[in-house]
Design a protein around this ligand. Structure first.
Ligand code: B12
Ligand code: SF4
Length: 500
């Protein structure tokens, strides 16, 4: 029987996390096919490592997981090189990038299949079909190229998460010691693990890549199962903190509180992502239970203080600018740090309006900081995702925005910036507007350096604050070279780029 090689391209320079995407694919074939994992984060020469497996002639199937941005830097050239040298291999890509850009991926000629969304069932079914020579044309979530066309098989209904096979942590540990590679020191603890407890999201925000893939569906593991998995890693490898990588961990108040109570005796600190309107409905008792269970900081998609933009972003219709401010204030008494992310630079009919929107958000963020200075701010610039049918994506296309058609173009510096949501190539944003957003970000990070940068000691924090404070007070954001210099010298890290 042919073997399977799974590859996680480099996604961060440090603070590597358990590669949950590729590990869940390994779990889906565990016990049935033999597999090996290569983690680009842990290898000095990952291509050589991949080739060393392929040279044995035992591995026919290669699965790459790809999120937009830096993972493409290894993903694209490695896939090309492997297909050239080992043309008999079957190359299968999964993850957010190929799911949203299947055309460019499959037309490259070196990727044979894309798994669109969850691979837990689709991947083993595809391998079975290829091994037995039976049709794959009916396997849900499989996308492929045939007769000059992209064929997208129908989507599978989102399945229950509890019956999924357990993640093969022990086997991963044989490839890359969990202790050595994946339990890093963070703001949360000395040994931070990453865990993914639910899939999808029940909402339909028009700027978000989760929507075209999961189509407003969400399924979660039970609190008890999440607790059991976390406890396993805690007991076996000494994890003392958790990053929940779910798109939306806190959808269910009941599950959240149940988990908080279960985990409380373990004294672990944790972090997860949420919606403000959902959590604002949590009772005071639930929020207190969450904090007592060890939750220190929660990432919220605040997106905008402007109700009209919130509507444009389809933020569910229940979040308002006033609520964003009120909720930052509310969390103070529970000692939970809100980490608010904003999306600046959405399209508007005129350049003047785009600029006015940016100015409004800058002012709004300062209001949030005034009510709760501990609020962490993450600033993204709107990078369109192909949410077919959304009014926002229609507006984006009408204004002349186009994705690259050739896969290799995605690794040009310009498109990499697009992926990082820092400097997208959207036609309605001028370089001056981008500068304004990024300069404000520099000054803001100067006055309020993130608590998650544990290398920045008190002295450095005070020095940077002093320099940036005057600018912040008088709204002078242009040319903040002195702050940039300090941030560069002290290697200031932004959690959204280098890991939370
Ligand atoms: C962890 C993570 C990171 C970490 C990487 C950790 C590390 N240190 O290595 C960090 C923080 C560095 C990061 C950064 C970025 N990330 Co990121 N990240 C995630 C996150 C939170 C979890 C990924 C994960 O483990 N999921 C768990 C697994 C089980 O789910 P999954 O990946 O979807 O896998 C399933 C399927 O997709 C499929 N599948 C996946 N891979 C494969 C492979 C094969 C072979 C097959 C068959 C199937 C398959 O099957 C799996 C099981 O069903 C996701 C959000 C999310 N919840 O998924 C965002 C996410 C993937 N990131 C995203 C983005 C955009 C980025 C950035 C590019 C931009 C940014 N500033 O946020 C940066 C830069 C990337 C970089 N440096 O490489 C977006 C992608 C959106 C899009 N436009 O497509 C996401 C979805 C977040 C979001 N909601 O916007 N990220
Ligand atoms: S709530 Fe968050 S994860 Fe869900 S659709 Fe909106 S932005 Fe995406």
């Amino acid at each position: 029987m042919n073997k399977i090689l799974l590859f996680n391209p480099k996604s961060a320079v440090a603070k590597h996390r358990i590669p949950n995407s590729i590990l869940s694919i390994a779990a889906s074939v565990e016990g049935k096919y033999q597999w090996a994992i290569v983690d680009g984060n842990c290898e000095a020469d990952p291509l050589a490592k991949l080739e060393s497996y392929l040279e044995t002639g035992e591995y026919k199937y290669i699965g790459f997981t790809i999120m937009p941005g830096p993972q493409l830097k290894q993903g694209i050239p490695f896939a090309k090189a492997i297909k050239e040298r080992f043309p008999g291999t079957v190359m299968i890509w999964g993850g957010y990038f190929p799911s949203t850009q299947p055309k460019a991926v499959l037309e490259s000629g070196y990727v044979d299949f894309v798994i669109n969304g969850p691979g837990d069932h689709a991947f083993p079914s595809l391998i079975d079909a290829l091994e037995k020579g039976t049709p794959y044309e009916f396997i849900k979530n499989v996308t492929y190229y045939a007769n000059g066309d992209i064929i997208k098989n129908p989507k599978e209904d989102l399945f229950e998460q509890d019956p999924l096979p357990p993640l093969p942590y022990d086997k991963l540990n044989d490839f890359y010691g969990i202790d050595k590679w994946y339990l890093g020191r963070t703001y949360l603890g000395e040994r931070t693990m990453a865990y993914h407890s639910s899939i999808g999201c029940p909402f339909t925000c028009s700027f978000c890549a989760v929507v075209p893939i999961y189509e407003a569906r969400w399924k979660a593991k039970s609190a008890k199962n999440v607790y059991n998995d976390v406890k396993y890693i805690h007991d076996k490898w000494g994890a003392d903190a958790i990053e929940f990588h779910d798109n939306n961990f806190f959808v269910s108040e009941k599950r959240t509180v149940e988990f908080s109570k279960l985990i409380k005796p373990e004294k672990m600190s944790w972090w997860g992502m949420a919606r403000i309107d959902t959590m604002d409905k949590f009772s005071d008792a639930s929020l207190a239970a969450v904090r007592e269970g060890g939750c220190k900081i929660i990432f919220f998609g605040a997106e905008s203080g402007n109700n009209l933009i919130l509507e444009q972003l389809d933020k569910g219709g229940t979040q308002t600018g006033d609520q964003i401010i009120r909720f930052a204030e509310r969390l103070k008494k529970f000692d939970i740090i809100p980490e608010y992310s904003f999306v600046l630079g959405t399209p508007a009919p005129t350049a003047k309006q785009v600029e006015a929107q940016i100015d409004f958000e800058i002012d709004f963020i300062k209001r949030v900081k005034a009510v709760n200075p501990r609020t962490e701010i993450v600033l993204y610039t709107y990078s369109p995702v192909p949410t077919e049918g959304s009014a926002l994506f229609k507006q984006v296309q009408e204004q002349g925005f186009k994705y690259p058609r050739v896969l290799e173009d995605w690794i040009s510096p310009a498109w990499e910036n697009f992926d990082m949501r820092k400097n997208p190539l959207t036609p309605w944003l001028t370089p001056e507007m981008i500068d304004k957003i990024r300069n404000f970000e520099t000054v803001l990070n100067g006055v309020y350096p993130t608590v998650t940068d544990i290398r920045l000691n008190d002295l450095k924090r005070r020095a940077i604050k002093l320099v940036a404070g005057v600018r912040y007070k008088v709204n002078m954001y242009k040319y903040p070279y002195e702050i940039k210099l300090l941030q560069r010298v002290w290697k200031y890290r932004q959690p959204e780029i280098s890991g939370f």
